[in-house]
Design a protein around this ligand. Structure first.
Ligand code: SAM
Length: 343
């Protein structure tokens, strides 16, 4: 940290429900080069670049979290790889690997992965999540409203070639990709990649009706079981998190299911998210947040202020989210897009 003062005494980040936060999702930008129809509106107004935390500030935040027991950091956005010089951040945070930090990873749409895969590996990244909702070029373009499938497939291939382990994340969409999911899963498993299915969440205005997008994952699973044999897997350290996993006997691969609507999994929540402007959101599905920006810029006492803000954030971590889509939805649906909070 810039002020060089000794770290004030501070313990692990444990919330009021006894859950320890060991996982930080750090957003580095709200911008994205795609406009996925369930994620963003076609026309988005992004933050002025001057509002974003600098790379040094992001690194200071990462350090503060690691010093308080965070062992895994996922860089996200928006699309993290569209931020200029973001590789520098991977390089600086990467130096903490083996010194408090167990894993540095990212979630990306893959469009710039071919360009950055080797540098990410060199910075210490070993696993990456690539969000991909279709391997049909026309469907892909329609969901992303502008993307080229070939670019993403090339990025995935490069990532695999340099030695990164790739997991595919797929949002299940009632009309756009539900029928294609077996093909997508078979393709991922054929390349040795796990694939996690995610229920669409009511986050932000996208210009589309959520009711036309949402399909419950238990329904998808039923359909998959008509074709394949799925065996539930116990949670391990590698699969800890909101996913429950099943092995597909016929492909040998794993499918993850993230069910924020049909099955609440908050009891074991070990994560917080920070936006690219320094707001900590303790829950994706709630609006409570603490602003770290001021603490970061407080100069002489910035470490103490940062730790104080982290304590405040932890105290305010809510017990759970409560998403609803359809007739039971309430008007309090979150106006914040996933790309703002950091996916
Ligand atoms: N650009 C990166 C990417 O594509 O992975 C990181 C940010 S993106 C917001 C993170 C993840 O959130 C993606 O897997 C995306 O599909 C998912 N996502 C975005 N909006 C969502 C929503 N409303 N419900 C469920 N998942 C959503």
């Amino acid at each position: 940290m810039a002020d060089g003062s000794p770290l004030p005494p501070s313990g692990p980040l444990v919330d009021r429900f006894g859950r320890q936060v060991t996982y930080l999702r750090l957003s580095v930008t709200d911008r994205c080069d795609l406009r996925c129809s369930y994620c963003m509106a076609e026309r988005m107004t992004f933050l002025p670049k001057a509002d974003l935390l600098t790379l040094e500030e992001l690194d200071a935040v990462a350090t503060a979290f690691i010093d308080r027991g965070v062992r895994k950091i996922r860089i996200t956005g928006g699309e993290p790889l569209v931020r200029r010089d973001v590789i520098q951040l991977f390089q600086t945070i990467g130096q903490r690997l083996g010194h408090g930090l167990d894993e540095l990873t990212l979630t990306t749409n893959g469009t710039l992965l071919a360009e950055h895969a080797q540098a990410l590996y060199d910075a210490g990244v070993r696993r990456v999540n690539v969000s991909l909702d279709s391997i049909d070029a026309v469907t892909f373009k329609s969901i992303t409203r502008r993307g080229r499938l070939e670019t993403v497939l090339n990025g995935i291939q490069t990532a695999l070639t340099v030695g990164l382990k790739v997991k595919i994340n797929t949002v299940a969409l009632k009309y756009d990709n539900a029928n294609e999911l077996p093909e997508l899963i078979a393709w991922a498993h054929g390349l040795g990649m796990d694939l996690t299915l995610i229920e669409v969440m009511p986050l932000g205005e996208t210009g589309e009706d959520r009711v036309d997008q949402y399909i419950p994952l238990p329904m998808i699973r039923d359909r998959l079981e008509q074709r394949w044999t799925l065996t539930d897997l116990p949670k391990t350290d590698m699969t800890a998190g909101p996913s429950s996993y099943a092995r597909v006997s016929e492909t040998g691969g794993r499918i993850g299911f993230i069910t924020p609507l049909t099955n609440n999994f908050c009891a074991g929540c070990n994560r917080v998210r920070m936006t690219c402007t320094g707001r900590i959101y303790m829950c994706l599905g709630q609006d409570d947040h603490v602003d770290l920006g001021a603490a970061l810029r407080a100069g002489k006492n910035s470490r103490a202020n940062l730790n104080h803000a982290l304590d405040q954030a932890l105290f305010a971590k809510p017990e759970k989210h409560d998403f609803k889509i359809g007739p039971q939805a309430n008007s309090a649906d979150l106006t914040r897009h996933m790309s703002t909070t950091g996916g």
